[in-house]
Design a protein around this ligand. Sequence first.
Ligand SMILES: [Zn+2]
Length: 132
Amino acid sequence: MATVAAATSPAHAAPAHAAAKRVTVIPKSRHIPERSCVACGRKAAKGELLRVVCTPAGAVAIDRTGRQNGRGAYLCRQAGCWEKALTRRSLERTLRRPVSDADVNLLKQNLIETFASAAANRTPGGPGPDTA
Ligand SMILES: [Zn+2]
């Protein structure tokens, strides 16, 4: 009577390459362009600031898209900074062009609308532009 000793091999003794490579997807850290407020000098991401643009056509407006052509100036979304900047002189200095009182008024109007629509958090249905 032979007792068969079942030679059980030690389980999985093979030197497994511990090459458990984890594929880590590194999110592309995009460089966020910073701009500084022309009134207080605070640096912030472009999206945080409002841009005043002087279009090639010679108009001064708030650039809500941030992509309008023309020389631009960035400002905090704070009334204080705008009060400081919305004087003809500082606008002229920043935009390097003569700015008329009408331009300033238009800009102020523009600003009020921008703040108002931001507060209402909805896009206005498109009120016709006030002709100055
Ligand atoms: Zn500021």
